[in-house]
Write a new protein. Structure first.
Length: 382
């Protein structure tokens, strides 16, 4: 009897250490690249205290907090999200979604504008972006809806219902941050595609393409302001006065060649690419590490997504599987959009490179999501 119990515990002790190592590697690599891309800016401006490691220190603190979140979340049973909150009839999954929606509405009411947009909330001296919280909240809530009523995904109306249930925070995000809203809609689209049967899948894909095409045409012909300007830059980056950032990024990629100029040796980060440690950091990777370095980074992302896919495929239930697929979609979509923007394959969207671009909130939320995936892996029978 005792041996049987030990074997049962052993079967449930699986933990995906390979994915954990990959995540730690890409975060560590991101810290190195943030320092390389930001050191010149930090040491030449008084508002950063002339400290070359200013951005590195802030990102390292976020990485440490994210690692703690990831490990703590990974040790919890993800299925607690399906349980009721004590003394209430509300379950944890919709509660997390409601909190994210509340924070998203709050940011439009009380936050200050940063670079012309309201995206940050400050609570007790700690600033964060509620839109990053909304990403994981939508993944959890959509997984909960589909898990609770899997039969609705036999029709295209099921995807419509999931979209309607998740619509409010997305609408709030659209007001100030269209690119994040697009990412969330794409994540939902991938989750609904995976959960749907064959017929609705085809209709869903066609519907999403039509929706994106109509939206693009509307902006192209009737758009005004910065969104239209971004499309104009994309169509004529060499001659448009606002295309310098993308153009300098392309110069950086071209100058890197096969093996790069060497770590820390980028020229474009010396003021030519504004805030090169943010969304444009992939261009610095290409310049300093060359095509080979860029390919290795992409391979690491592919390996992470493969591990997530493997965990999702072996998940003990639909809820855990959908959470994993949502996280995988989140990473894949942001990697594709970021690289597409840096290479001028798509108009600028302001989407960071996961785990690598500077940004504390994004890094911590992504690592917390990886904790959820590890939590699912921990329930897989070995």
């Amino acid at each position: 009897m005792g041996r049987t119990k030990r074997k049962a515990r052993k079967r449930q002790s699986y933990y995906d250490y390979s994915m954990l190592i990959l995540v730690i590697f890409i975060v560590a690599f991101g810290l190195v690249m943030v320092y390389s891309a930001s050191s010149f800016t930090a040491q030449t401006h008084d508002k950063y205290g002339y400290d070359a490691a200013f951005f590195l220190k802030k990102q390292a603190k976020s990485a440490l907090a994210g690692a703690i979140f990831m490990l703590l979340v990974s040790k919890f049973d993800y299925r607690f999200l399906l349980k009721r909150i004590p003394l209430t009839k509300l379950k944890w999954a919709p509660f997390v979604f409601l909190i994210a929606t509340f924070l998203q509405g709050l940011v439009l009411v009380i936050s200050d504008e940063v670079n012309g947009a309201k995206r940050w909330l400050s609570i007790g001296g700690f600033s964060f972006q509620p839109s990053e919280v909304t990403k994981v909240a939508v993944i959890i809530f959509a997984s909960y809806i589909i898990f609770a009523q899997p039969e609705i995904m036999k029709s295209i109306l099921g995807s419509v219902k999931v979209g309607i249930f998740c619509a409010l925070p997305i609408i709030l995000i659209v007001i100030e941050n269209l690119s994040t809203a697009i990412v969330i809609v794409c994540i939902l689209g991938v989750m609904c595609f995976i959960a749907s049967t064959k017929g609705p899948r085809i209709i869903l894909v066609i519907s999403l393409f039509i929706l994106l095409a109509v939206g693009f045409i509307i902006i192209l012909y009737f758009g005004e302001g910065f969104r239209m300007t971004r499309i104009q830059i994309w169509l004529d980056v060499e001659n448009h006065e606002g295309g310098q950032q993308i153009l300098q990024g392309l110069y950086a990629i071209a100058s890197g060649g096969l093996f790069g100029t060497g770590l820390g040796q980028s020229m474009q980060k010396l003021g030519f690419i504004p805030e090169s440690y943010n969304d444009m950091i992939f261009s610095i990777i290409c310049e300093e590490l060359g095509l080979c370095g860029a390919i290795i980074v992409m391979i690491v992302f592919i390996m992470i997504m493969w591990r997530i896919y493997t965990i999702a495929a072996h998940s003990p239930d639909l809820f855990g599987s959908l959470i994993c697929y949502g996280v995988m979609a989140h990473i894949a979509i942001q990697v594709l959009l970021n690289i597409a923007v840096v290479t001028n394959s798509l108009p600028s969207t302001g989407v960071p490179l996961p785990f690598v671009s500077y940004g504390g909130t994004s890094l911590m939320i992504l690592m917390a999501e990886m904790g959820l995936v590890l939590s699912v892996s921990n329930k897989i029978e070995n």
